[in-house]
Design a binder for this molecule. Structure first.
Ligand code: B12
Length: 218
């Protein structure tokens, strides 16, 4: 019964059991549950509970990481199914994300990227130590709706401003929203450098991204 299977899939994500998430996703595909139903009724349902638990302090970062990785593994199984059935998986928006030049901290940036991808965004992760021009060329190449920049060092956060300036100089700033994050970054900093938003963690980043692309829920 697909409803029971989806409930178990959602619970396994909430319980942080990646093996069960993968096994139940495979079972759902094998029993012909439509891919979008697997995503909405199982994976995203579980992920939103994880997000709520994190926001209210019941869950901590490790729970988020485990769930996000499990979701990523499950999405890798579901996405080919979506394509096979020629269902168009409507992306919530296209995000180019990376850690700015001179900075090799990747955990937070990757978590934000994974969470965005888990919530329907198409994510191009440029990695760490990303040169200014690379953000600009990737935004153009992928026709990005959003550029996300991470900086964990006070010495590298200025790179976020430089990327915004470069996006403006390249004539892309009107087309792309910019969000920034990282431990030393703040709402105030985002305003100072002319970013469109700041989020303190990956859950808030998803809400912010949705708000910036006009998908609500932010
Ligand atoms: C792990 C770590 C490292 C690892 C990184 C490994 C890796 N693969 O990423 C290593 C050991 C390599 C490292 C190196 C260094 N580190 Co370090 N590092 C840390 C540490 C302990 C944790 C960072 C982390 O991963 N946190 C967990 C993640 C999940 O949290 P997060 O990154 O903040 O991300 C969340 C939010 O910020 C937000 N977010 C993040 N990015 C984005 C992007 C967007 C768009 C949005 C919306 C949101 C968002 O959402 C994320 C998820 O919830 C921090 C301490 C700290 N409290 O931050 C120091 C810290 C950042 N490091 C520090 C320093 C000084 C260094 C070094 C210079 C040390 C040295 N002398 O070599 C080097 C710099 C190397 C370089 N050039 O980048 C300092 C920075 C001080 C400062 N203010 O500048 C810190 C604060 C430690 C300290 N208290 O002194 N580091």
């Amino acid at each position: 019964m697909s409803t029971d299977l989806l409930a178990r899939l959602s619970s396994s994500l909430v319980d942080g059991d990646p093996d069960a998430v993968v096994a139940l996703t495979r079972e759902a595909i094998a029993t012909d549950v439509p891919p979008m139903t697997i995503i909405d009724g199982g994976l995203l349902a579980g992920m939103s509970i994880v997000g709520e638990k994190y926001s209210c302090g019941e869950y901590f970062l490790p729970h988020l990481i485990v769930a996000a990785n499990a979701m990523k593994q499950a999405m890798a199984l579901v996405e080919p199914e979506l394509r096979r059935r020629q269902q168009v998986f409507e992306s919530a928006g296209t995000v180019v994300i990376g850690t700015v030049k001179g900075d090799i901290h990747e955990i937070g940036k990757s978590l934000v990227g994974t969470m965005l991808s888990a919530h329907g965004f198409t994510v191009h992760d440029l990695g760490v130590d990303v040169p200014i021009e690379r953000f600009v060329s990737a935004a153009r190449e992928h026709d990005a709706t959003l550029v996300g920049m991470s900086a964990l060092l006070t010495t590298t956060m200025g790179g976020q401003r430089k990327v915004i300036e470069a996006l403006t100089a390249a004539g892309l700033r009107d087309r792309v929203k910019v969000m920034v994050g990282g431990a030393p970054v703040s709402e105030r900093w985002a305003e100072q450098i002319g970013a469109d938003g700041y989020a303190e963690d990956a859950v808030a980043a998803v809400a912010l991204a949705r708000r910036l692309v006009g998908a609500g829920n932010g």
